[in-house]
Design a binder for this molecule. Structure first.
Ligand code: OTU
Length: 653
């Protein structure tokens, strides 16, 4: 029942009325959950502002808001004691994720360990690696058959049967926490599988559920939208709409035909998805990876990505989870133009109100470009032109994930360094698919664009960096170089502001896995080439000096240790790019209360001498400590000498 009369609603301050009404309703629970009152007081205004900017503040909207807050209350009542406690600790230490101690890893449960139970047995390996922020690829119950690597969820409250049960997941999350490892889970927010209960109800004609999706009676409106849309998977899912004769309707399907985009213009969807989110949060996850967020809002006449409303939705959900589970982070998966990605971290007045983390796809793709071209003009120009990540957020820095590499290089930034954007992206594709004469890479074109010829690229880190070719040709120098290249890229993601995220298997240099070609459910999607089954025989070689695995693994360990003992890597330090007049050098400085550090990377296959006179004044000296190798270096002749693909983490002695 509504407590506020229409008259009051009409005349009064609706936000205050609603807030007071909710606070009154939850009073009986303040004794057991004393923080609830404070959290509502603190976050309600944000929720209201963003929620009503989408759904309005009509009298009936109260009913939705009360439902939403009832979901919070239910979530709080179901929430386990240890989680409630962690929430409170993290409320006092909100920027825990900015610590230099945090090191991320990502894996597929089945390919890495078999199932959730067996994954528990692999925890010692994760600890040996120093990983304490672990993203498990989608593991909620997917549709049968093709499921886009789990990104077509049939039931958000159940676990993929092949991996285990819901209890196994809860148990795993508890065990991980006891071992000091944070858990990241996917919340596939933009779409459900067409086998999801809602979609099934829609398919059988239930109008309430048809409104959960974007459905059209004929092609008129889809065609109007289509004029401005891009295709994400032009090869296996051309167009953005699919026809279903059972209901004689066209349904919005940005990705595969079996992934139905949710209609967030409907408050029913906002609430229903919030309920699913609450449930997921209560498995004990520390961070939700929000999949495909750029697509959440559709607006005719636009390309329907990165709309302001999509941001409002994330901000409204952010405010709600701060009430239920302030210990849980939001990580945006928005692989879009550099200028757009950063907006998911809440810039321009929305600092701290949107996502806490976001994939740094700009850094990732530009690192590969710098490596191929042995030139850092583009990466440093692009990075220096972008707004900084707000101080209460962090990037997730990676060189590779489970997806293809998209060449997120902007025409504008390319023009700033007198390059043509299209040609630059073509160069990257050609280089990493091994088309250019001097290329060492073994990658594959993914979803080539019919008009521009541009394509994203699939391939593991090791294969793209040349290890696969060098091993086939048994070329010692090639092997040395590719190991250097891999470590060069890793060194940047380990020291750049944010959390480094390693795709498990990279630490021992796993190359492309071609077995997907004999699996009918995988064979058309070459992203599976870089999602190899973990080769535990190779892992065992990490202890055998002289092997590639040993070399890579020990360097990786060294890097984790170095990161953890470098205070300037903490998110609170001040960072700035240092532009040197040497094409192949990427240099930045990070200054903390405790120590200043200068990071230098050489993207050239040749050694490079950097005259110390080129550096900012405080770095013009002769003796340094390299925090990576933990050695004191003496650069006589006033030159810092970097080996081919070499790098230093320098501090004063
Ligand atoms: C994500 O990626 C997932 O990471 C993919 O594995 C899924 O297939 C997809 O969503 C659908 O769920 O286009 O090529 O801007 O780029 O959401 C990968 C975001 C993708 C999109 C991204 C998408």
């Amino acid at each position: 029942p509504l407590n506020i009369s229409r008259k009051e609603w009409k005349r009064g301050d609706r936000r205050e009325l609603m807030k007071r009404d909710l606070m009154e309703r939850y009073k009986p629970h303040y004794r057991r959950h004393p923080y609830l009152k404070k959290r509502i007081e603190k976050n309600f205004d944000d929720f209201w502002r963003f929620y009503t900017s989408i759904y309005g503040d009509g009298y009936e909207q109260q009913r939705w808001i009360i439902r939403i807050f009832n979901s919070i209350l239910q979530g709080l009542l179901d929430r386990k004691k240890d989680m409630l406690q962690l929430d409170q600790e993290r409320e006092k230490n909100q920027l825990w994720f900015q610590s230099e101690e945090i090191v991320g890893g990502v894996l597929y449960v089945d390919l890495f360990a078999g199932d959730l139970k067996k994954l528990r047995e692999k925890i010692p390996y994760l600890k040996e690696l120093g990983i304490n922020f672990l993203h498990l690829m989608p593991l909620l119950r997917p549709r049968d058959g093709l499921n886009d690597g789990g990104y077509a969820v049939q039931n958000y409250r159940d676990v993929d049967r092949r991996l285990g049960t819901y209890d196994d997941l809860r148990k795993l999350s508890r065990v991980l926490h006891n071992e000091g490892i944070n858990l990241v889970l996917d919340f596939v927010m933009n779409h459900t599988a067409k086998e999801h209960g809602w979609a099934q109800a829609a398919m059988s004609g239930h109008t309430r559920y048809q409104r959960f999706y974007h459905m059209f009676d004929d092609r008129t409106i889809p065609d109007m939208y289509e004029n401005h849309l891009i295709e994400v998977f032009p090869d296996f899912a051309p167009g953005n709409f699919s026809y279903y004769p059972q209901i004689d309707k066209w349904v919005w399907t940005t990705f595969y035909e079996f992934q139905w985009d949710l209609n967030y213009a409907n408050p029913d969807v906002f609430h229903a998805m919030f309920d699913e989110m609450v449930h997921l949060v209560n498995t004990g996850t520390d961070c939700l990876r929000l999949d495909a967020v750029p697509y959440l809002w559709k607006k005719l006449g636009t390309h329907c990505q990165n709309q302001e409303e999509a941001h409002h939705l994330l901000r409204a959900y952010r405010a709600l989870l701060k009430i239920l589970s302030p210990g849980v982070l939001f990580m945006a998966e928005a692989i879009v133009a550099p200028q757009e990605i950063v907006r998911y971290l809440g810039v321009d007045g929305f600092e701290g109100k949107e996502c806490d983390l976001a994939y740094n796809a700009t850094l990732m793709s530009h690192l590969w470009h710098a490596l191929a071209s042995e030139n850092t003009h583009l990466i440093r120009t692009s990075l220096s032109k972008l707004p900084r990540a707000p101080r209460n957020t962090s990037w997730v820095n990676y060189i590779r994930c489970h997806d293809d590499i998209g060449w997120g290089i902007s025409d504008e930034f390319a023009a700033d360094v007198h390059q043509n954007g299209h040609h630059t992206r073509m160069f990257c594709t050609d280089f990493y698919t091994g088309k250019l004469a001097n290329s060492y890479a073994e990658g594959y074109a993914f979803q080539r664009d019919y008009y521009s010829g541009e394509a994203r690229v699939s391939g593991t880190t090791a294969s793209l960096a040349g290890l696969q070719k060098a091993m086939v040709e048994a070329e010692d120098l090639g092997i040395d170089d590719s190991i250097r290249r891999i470590m060069l890229l890793k060194n940047v993601i380990f020291s750049w502001k944010g959390i480094p995220l390693i795709y498990l298997g990279d630490e021992i240099g796993q190359t492309n896995d071609y077995t997907y070609l004999s699996n009918p459910l995988k064979l058309r999607d070459n992203r599976w080439v870089h999602r190899p089954r973990m080769l535990w025989d190779k892992v065992d070689l990490r202890d055998m000096p002289g092997t590639i695995e040993h070399r890579l693994f020990s360097e990786f360990r060294k890097m984790v240790d170095a990161r953890k003992r470098t205070p300037a890597i903490h998110g609170a330090s001040k960072d700035r790019l240092v532009i040197l007049d040497i094409d192949s050098i990427f240099c930045f400085e990070r200054c903390s209360k405790h120590q200043d550090t200068l990071f230098l990377s050489n993207f050239s296959r040749e050694p490079v001498h950097v005259p110390t006179g080129m550096l900012p004044e405080k770095w013009q000296k002769r003796h340094f400590r390299d925090l990576y190798s933990d050695r004191v270096l003496d650069f006589s002749f006033n030159e810092i000498v970097l080996e081919p693909y070499g790098f230093y983490w320098l501090t004063g002695t």
